[in-house]
Design a binder for this molecule. Structure first.
Ligand SMILES: Nc1nc2c(ncn2[C@@H]2O[C@H](COP(=O)(O)OP(=O)(O)OP(=O)(O)O)[C@@H](O)[C@H]2O)c(=O)[nH]1
Ligand SMILES: [Mg+2]
Length: 328
């Protein structure tokens, strides 16, 4: 049996609702097995129906707890929910992944919720290709809503916007400095602001501050999306029904305003760029070993400049690719 046939089999079963097949597909893509490579095109072609919701915000703001409550509410409305939790690359935690598993425990017996934790270890920042591929698998397998949780530091937040249709930025009451941090990086990327832990003091103040900050920006044009600020208690589900309403309203707005197509094009462009960059670097490492060493010498001794060295490498990689394709 070829990898492609096995892959098609897995995809067919995943699409029929077989959860272990979904899991195996994600693993195959993550491990870059031949099966994974063989099925990627079909996975991609089968997708495009899921509502992808990104959740980001400061560490410990309650994202995982909230995502769990969010999934619970969606389940009660009949949706099947896939969750991809990207663990920060921290060596401290295994703990954090475990924590996510425990918080997500209530869903373990529910075939309508799928939870996958992934480490972002080994990345300098940003979403790994494995994360993006996991979202593609869940989408292809027919999960209605796919939630991606990333921790609110660095590049991953910027990139979550590139795969999510709707981005939630989670903050918590009472941390004045955090609001400043949100102002710096996360304010513009939120489609909905969530202030979680509103059972704590100063919740109203924090929500008011966020609203003020949003109103300091340019006034939304007529027909534009007005970013709401919603309060939640992830622990007991307070405010979560309103949050789901808001997220569904946002999807509706994306569809009717034409923004959905615009975002899909922007996402496609970002993916092509990211994969091209990754592939070039990989190919360079895999194929251009000796030439790379020579160029390092040449540039270090200033016989050659870095630009022309880089161009030369890209040409070599391209030439080798052509050779490979001809012999394949
Ligand atoms: N008081 C209160 N505590 C909460 C609420 N939601 C979550 N917590 C607590 O906040 C802590 C962190 O929650 P997590 O869900 O792990 O937060 P997180 O943002 O996913 O954390 P990281 O993924 O590690 O960044 C836990 O102890 C939760 O029990 C809430 O609404 N109110
Ligand atoms: Mg978490």
């Amino acid at each position: 049996v070829t990898s492609a046939a096995t892959g098609q089999d897995l995809l067919r079963r995943a699409r029929a609702g077989h959860v272990p097949s979904t899991s195996q597909l994600i693993t195959a893509l993550e491990a870059r097995t031949p099966l994974g490579a063989a099925i990627l095109a079909e996975v991609f072609a089968a997708g495009g129906n899921a509502h992808v919701v990104g959740v980001t915000g400061a560490p410990g703001s309650g994202k995982s707890t909230l995502v769990s409550a969010f999934a619970h509410e969606l389940r009660s409305r009949g949706a099947r929910v896939g969750i991809v939790a990207v663990d920060p690359s921290s060596t401290l935690s295994g703990g954090s992944i475990l924590g996510d598993r425990i918080r997500m425990q209530r869903h373990v017996l529910d075939e309508g919720v799928f939870v996958r934790s992934m480490s972002s270890r080994g990345r300098l920042g940003g979403l790994s290709r494995a994360t993006v591929d996991a979202v593609a698998v869940l989408d292809a397998a027919g999960w209605d809503v796919v939630v991606v949780e990333t921790v609110g530091v660095g590049q991953a937040d910027v990139e979550i916007v590139q795969i999510a249709h709707t981005t939630l930025v989670v903050s918590v009451p009472g941390l004045g400095d955090d609001i400043q941090a949100i102002k710096a990086g996360l304010l513009e990327m939120a489609d909905l602001h969530v202030v979680n832990k509103v059972d704590r003091p100063d919740a109203n103040k924090t929500m008011a501050e966020l609203l003020t900050m949003l109103h300091l920006g340019p006034q939304p044009a007529p027909g534009a999306w007005a970013v709401p600020v919603l309060g939640t208690v992830g622990l007991d589900g307070t405010g979560v029904a309103d949050l789901v309403d808001g997220v569904e309203r946002h999807l509706e707005w994306l569809r009717t305003s034409g923004e959905l197509e615009r975002r899909q094009r922007a996402n496609a462009a970002a993916r092509i760029r990211a994969v091209t960059r990754d592939l070039l670097l990989e190919e360079m490492d895999a194929q251009a070993g000796d030439e790379f060493e020579e160029l390092i010498e040449a540039v270090a001794s200033r016989r050659q400049d870095p630009h022309s060295a880089s161009r030369q490498l890209i040409r070599s990689v391209a030439a080798r690719q052509r050779d490979l394709e001809r012999t394949a």
